[in-house]
Design a protein around this ligand. Structure first.
Ligand SMILES: *Cc1c(COP(=O)(O)O)cnc(C)c1O
Length: 494
């Protein structure tokens, strides 16, 4: 093969590619600037689904064509969480700077496994900033991960290895003398059960403790469960506190849980996916008092901080325990003292992944752009909007609030009166689907004490107060439409 035959993936025409890139940026900015004018969500037309089932492209279609296909088939049909009236599950909107950060991370394309390059210092800064924001000690360790599911797994794995009473890394779970048990409220996120299954503990090792009317863990019931489990020969090792539950946003009494863990010599882990960074608001910070006493915390930047997916953080008080859970250094990954293989911290020593993306960059750029106090104010804004929506619901005789408002989550249902819970459940299920199809607003759903709710989770920096007026009007309109159609009579008779 001669020089002239060599191929590369770089553009053949840099000028044309640069102009296409500028077009992409222009289109992207227009798309975000006008997001409010479009439906939150819309059904994908059959021809689009068909177009996205093409066979593997063997020959070049070209950058222009590839981009055109994205623009026609993908860009118009997003999940919708960039929209001001998307309040489903618990997500963030993303930001312009965050998006550019992902682009720049890909341009430098540094692998964040380890080695000596500036990207490692950037992720080091994010870890340091998290320590400061949570009042954690300076020698705590941290690792950026895809999100809180992974961050919770990391924290729980360290907790398990510290408390197993055996060398789990070499001997496995079979060597553990007594069954390991960990605890959380019945409102805990499902990722903790996944973690229990994955770590070889089994899902039954997660004991779910009842909550009170406020959906917070019953601490006395927890203490009693720990006592009973010990008496039965098991080994309680960890308590997971919720800084914002996914159903209702309830924050457990983290001080009481920290006290209990101190007394009982248990690992205290906090799932802070939603509210871990409430510390950024002086007003809301008291709600999560005690989080600074945790042994490990899981955080999500892609939720209330609106960094584009994915970006989470596992923070562990005991750096050595963290490293000893994950570090494994074969000869081809030995760290050097100089040269590119130098560098003090290798993140691959603190988690499962070796090759890692430079997701720290979009977080770093975002926090520098706005300053963290603004994020605190945005949280307060969303909490105020949750209370505003709750007032609107209070005022409407045919709407019913189904849970207390602690943070930014409102659970409600359409209740015209005279229907039992089963009928109301079916009615509200249909109402929610019609609301989604209307494209006007997208809340999600949950079931509390057997009652199906529309669940409005307001982690949205684009929502205005008026957006909630629009939502309430549309919910009532669709509810009445269902009644006029006789939907409630059909279901009552079925
Ligand atoms: C979203 C969420 C998780 C899972 O986080 P991911 O970022 O989706 O992996 C865990 N716990 C709580 C309380 C959550 O809200």
């Amino acid at each position: 093969m001669v020089e002239a035959d060599l191929e590369t993936l770089d553009p053949q025409d840099w000028v044309a590619m640069r102009s296409l890139a500028h077009q992409m940026v222009d289109d992207a900015f227009t798309y975000l600037e006008t997001v409010r004018e479009r439906p939150v969500w819309q059904d994908i037309p059959a021809e689009v689904t068909h177009a996205l089932q093409e066979g593997v492209p063997l020959e070049p279609q070209g950058a222009e064509q590839a981009y055109q296909d994205f623009k026609t088939h993908v860009m118009p049909y997003p999940l919708g969480n960039i929209h001001p009236r998307f309040w489903a599950w618990y997500m963030g909107n993303g930001t312009v700077m965050g998006a550019l950060g992902d682009f720049l991370a890909a341009v430098t394309n540094s692998n964040m496994a380890g080695a000596d390059h500036a990207g490692m210092l950037v992720e080091g800064q994010i870890v340091e900033w998290c320590r400061e924001m949570l009042d954690f000690p300076a020698n705590a360790s941290g690792l950026m991960v895809s999100g809180a599911s992974m961050a919770n797994l990391v924290g729980l794995a360290v907790a398990r290895n510290v408390h197993a009473g055996a060398d789990v890394r070499s001997e496995g779970m079979a060597a553990v003398p007594r069954p390991l048990i960990f605890y959380s409220s019945a409102e805990v996120h499902s990722c903790h059960q996944k973690a229990a299954e994955l770590m070889g503990l089994g899902s039954r090792a997660l004991h779910k403790i009842p909550v009170g009317h406020d959906y917070k863990i019953d601490v006395a019931a927890l203490a009693e469960a720990i006592r009973a489990d010990r008496e039965a020969g098991a080994e309680p090792f960890c308590v997971v506190g919720n800084a914002g539950t996914v159903n209702t946003g309830a924050v457990d009494d983290l001080q009481a849980l920290a006290d209990l863990c101190d007394r009982e010599n248990l690992w205290f882990h906090v799932d802070g996916a939603i509210g871990g960074l409430l510390t950024l608001s002086p007003k809301l910070k008291p709600l999560v008092a005690g989080i600074e006493r945790a042994d490990s915390v899981a955080l999500d930047f892609h939720k209330w901080l609106h960094v584009p997916f994915e970006a989470g953080m596992a923070l562990v008080r005991n750096e050595s325990a963290h490293r000893h859970t994950f570090s494994l250094t074969p000869e081809y990954l030995q760290h050097a003292t100089r040269g590119v293989a130098g560098g003090e911290v290798w993140f691959s020593d603190y988690g499962v992944e070796l090759s890692r993306s430079f997701k720290a960059l979009k977080v770093w750029l975002s926090l520098k752009e706005h300053g963290v106090r603004k994020y605190g104010r945005l949280m307060e804004q969303n909490v105020a909007q949750a209370h505003y929506l709750a007032e609107l619901v209070e005022r409407e005789a045919q709407l019913e609030r189904l849970a207390p408002i602690e943070l930014d989550i409102v659970c409600l249902r359409f209740n015209p009166g005279g229907l039992d819970d089963d009928a109301l459940n079916s009615l509200n299920r249909e109402l929610l689907m019609r609301l989604h199809e209307s494209g006007v607003a997208v809340p999600s759903y949950t079931t509390l004490k057997g009652r199906y709710c529309l669940r409005v989770a307001i982690s949205n920096h684009r929502s205005t107060f008026e957006d909630f007026d629009v939502f309430v009007l549309e919910t009532l309109r669709l509810g009445h439409q269902l009644l006029e159609e006789g939907f409630h009579i059909t279901i009552a008779g079925s």
